[in-house]
Design a binder for this molecule. Structure first.
Ligand code: ADP
Ligand code: MG
Length: 256
């Protein structure tokens, strides 16, 4: 579903060149959930923006369902880290979730159905008429997830979506993502700097090196498909995989 081939990205600004992505190559199969981890500043957000068609690639190619990405691909949704800035404060929760569906030109009845369904899925049916600023951080992030889900994407990209919420909310949101991913059979690329989160969520974990980034390791996560915050995290295999990713990250910080 996603093919990233020798992707390169150099930022040019104020006479200075920053090579954020050296060369990145990997695939994500349809229906797979792949986590991307790497040191802070290594180019994870840049990678996601190139895949989302929000930034032009410098070199190489990104394909979604076989089509080269030249702008935001149809049937792709993105959840950003900064949910505070990704929701419109003057719109209600319902209006925020509905907006992309209007842009998709769906009929009113279908829009209402999708909005109600996705707000129910994230447990926010009662907050439909609230404004984002009346909600907690975790609730705002659930609105952003509901908006992405209502869009019925084939591909879901997430950029450190839980970085700013407390530990319990984060665990709840992780399980919400797993449930939605299974129910919707969506292809997902999840960026995080949290090793435990990557192993808990992913079917594969890709470790990126420091900027200019490349793929250091591509680790298959052979944990049972049904994950549980307590049971999965206490499996010996979970500890082994987490150690494996940790060692790669240590190397990634050194590698340039
Ligand atoms: P990450 O998400 O892994 O923390 P980013 O993709 O945000 O990393 O950034 C990768 C590198 O590119 C960093 O060195 C960062 O300073 C640089 N960078 C990011 N965005 C820009 C930009 N718009 N202009 C110039 N440099 C940028
Ligand atoms: Mg980032």
């Amino acid at each position: 579903m996603l093919e990233i081939r020798e992707l390169n990205k150099v930022y040019r600004g104020s006479g200075r060149l920053v090579e954020a992505i050296g060369s990145v190559t990997f695939d994500v199969a349809a229906g797979e959930l792949v986590c991307v981890v790497g040191p802070s500043g290594c180019g994870k957000t840049t990678l996601l923006r190139c895949v989302a068609g929000l930034l032009p690639a410098g070199g190489g190619e990104v394909r979604v369902a076989g089509e080269p990405v030249t702008g935001p691909p149809p049937r792709m949704a993105v959840v950003f880290q900064e949910y505070g800035r990704s929701l419109f404060p003057w719109m209600t929760v319902r209006q925020n979730v509905e907006l992309p569906l209007k842009e998709k030109r769906l009929p009113r009845a279908r829009r209402a159905e999708l909005v109600a369904g996705s707000l129910a899925a994230v447990g926010l049916s009662d907050a439909a008429d609230a404004h984002p600023w009346q909600l907690s951080g975790g609730m705002q992030q659930r609105v952003a997830i509901a908006r992405a889900v209502a869009y019925e994407p084939e591909v879901l990209l997430m950029d450190e979506p839980f970085a700013a919420v407390d530990a319990q909310t984060r665990a709840d949101l992780e399980d919400l993502i797993l449930r939605l991913w299974r129910d919707l059979e969506v292809t997902a690329l999840f960026v995080t700097h949290d090793i435990d989160e990557a192993v808990y969520l992913g079917q594969r974990v890709i470790v990126l090196s420091s900027s200019p980034t490349g793929v250091m390791a591509d680790i298959k996560i052979d944990l049972p498909r049904d994950r549980d915050q307590l049971a999965t995290r206490s499996l010996p295999l979970f500890g082994e995989l987490r150690g494996q990713v940790y060692r790669w990250i240590q190397q990634a910080r050194g590698a340039r």
